[in-house]
Design a protein around this ligand. Structure first.
Ligand SMILES: C[S@@+](CC[C@H](N)C(=O)[O-])C[C@H]1O[C@@H](n2cnc3c(N)ncnc32)[C@H](O)[C@@H]1O
Length: 282
C-alpha cells in the first residue's frame, strides 16, 4: 500500500489531534472576542507550525523574490499560515497540500475567517504522490516537512515533476546536527518510527542529484537556537500562551517544545533555509 489515501498513515495519525479545529477557534475567540476582524497576522501565533514562526517565513520570502503572478505550492501546508502569508503579502495564488485531513479543514476555515478563501486553496494528499500534473507550479514551498518523509529522493523527484522549468524551490527545514540523535518526542514525531532525519549535506546531495541548482543555502541554526531559548524561558516563567502552536501538538506539547529547545542547545538539530532553481533543459 502506498499510503496515498490511507487514513491510518502513521504520520497523519501523529498530527491528528482530537477537536483540533474547535480548540483553535475557541482559543482565537477567547483572545480576540469576535473572529470578524481577524487578519492573517493575528493568526500567525497559531498557524506557523515551524521554528521561528512568521519571522522565518518572512525572511525566506524576501530571499525568494516572489512575483504576484506565481502559482505557489506549499507542500505539507499544515494549518496554512504560510499559504495565507504569501497570498496576502505578495498577491499570489497558493495551493496547500497536506496529508492530514484535520489540517486541511483547519487551513480552509482559517482562510475563510480572514477572507483569503479565493487566493488560497488546500487539498489533502501525499507529497510523495502529488495530485498535480507536471510543470504546474512556479514555486514550491517546503517548511518543516521532510523530516516526516523517509524517501527523500522520491519527495524531491515529485517536487521536480510538478515544478515548471526555471521554477523555484524554497525550503526551511530541520536536519540532523553534529551531536547525536535528537531527544524525542518533538512536534513532528512521538518516537523514531516517524522521524527521518538526515544531515544537511545528505539533503543537498539528493537535491543536486535530481538536477536542482542551489542559489542560496544558509545555516540559520544560531537564530533558531536564540529564538527557542527565549520562547522556552518565557514558558518556564509564565506558562504557555492562550494562542500558540502548542495547541496543535497534543497533550505532551510542553515536553515536545522543551525537547526542540534541548536539541537546538545541544546541537542535535540544524536549521537550513535554501533557495533552489529547476534548470531549463534544452
Ligand atoms: C510540522 S508541520 C509544518 C506545517 C507547515 N509547513 C508550517 O510550517 O506551518 C508538518 C506538516 O506536514 C504534513 N505532512 C507530513 N508528511 C506529509 C506527506 N507525506 N505529504 C503531505 N503532507 C505531509 C503534516 O500533516 C503536517 O501538517
Amino acid at each position: 500500500m502506498d499510503n496515498r489515501h490511507n487514513p491510518h498513515d502513521p504520520i497523519a495519525a501523529h498530527y491528528k489531534t482530537d477537536g483540533l479545529l474547535n480548540r483553535v477557534i475557541s482559543a482565537l475567540r477567547k483572545t480576540h472576542g469576535s473572529l470578524d476582524r481577524l487578519t492573517p497576522a493575528d493568526l500567525a501565533p497559531i498557524d506557523s507550525f515551524h521554528i521561528r514562526g512568521r519571522a522565518a517565513t518572512t525572511e525566506l520570502a524576501k530571499r525568494a523574490g516572489i512575483s504576484s503572478r506565481w502559482q505557489i505550492l506549499d507542500v505539507g501546508s499544515g494549518p496554512g499560515g504560510t499559504a495565507r502569508f504569501l497570498a496576502a503579502e505578495y498577491g499570489c495564488q497558493v495551493t496547500g497540500l497536506d496529508l492530514t485531513a484535520e489540517y486541511v479543514s483547519l487551513a480552509k476555515r482559517l482562510s475563510e475567517i480572514v477572507g483569503l478563501e479565493d487566493t488560497t486553496q488546500f487539498e489533502q494528499g501525499n507529497a510523495l504522490f502529488m495530485p498535480f500534473g507536471a510543470e504546474n507550479f512556479d514555486c514550491i514551498w517546503m517548511e518543516h516537512l521532510q523530516m516526516n518523509i523517509a524517501d527523500k529522493s522520491k519527495l524531491v523527484l515529485e517536487i521536480h515533476r510538478v515544478l515548471k522549468a526555471e521554477g523555484r524551490l524554497v525550503m526551511h527545514e530541520v536536519f540532523k546536527g553534529d551531536a547525536g540523535e535528537p531527544h524525542l518526542p518533538v512536534p513532528w514525531s512521538e518516537d523514531s518510527s516517524t522521524s527521518f532525519m538526515v544531515t544537511p549535506g545528505k539533503m543537498r546531495q539528493i537535491l543536486l542529484a535530481q538536477g536542482f541548482e542551489i542559489i542560496e543555502w544558509i545555516d540559520v541554526t544560531d537564530s533558531a537556537r536564540e529564538w527557542f531559548r527565549s520562547v522556552q524561558n518565557r514558558i518556564v516563567k509564565s506558562g504557555l500562551r492562550p494562542v500558540g502552536i502548542h495547541l496543535l501538538m497534543g497533550l505532551n506539547a510542553e515536553e515536545k517544545m522543551a525537547n526542540v529547545n534541548r536539541n537546538l542547545q545541544e546541537r542535535r538539530i540544524k536549521l537550513i533555509q535554501a533557495l533552489m532553481k529547476k534548470p531549463k533543459y534544452i
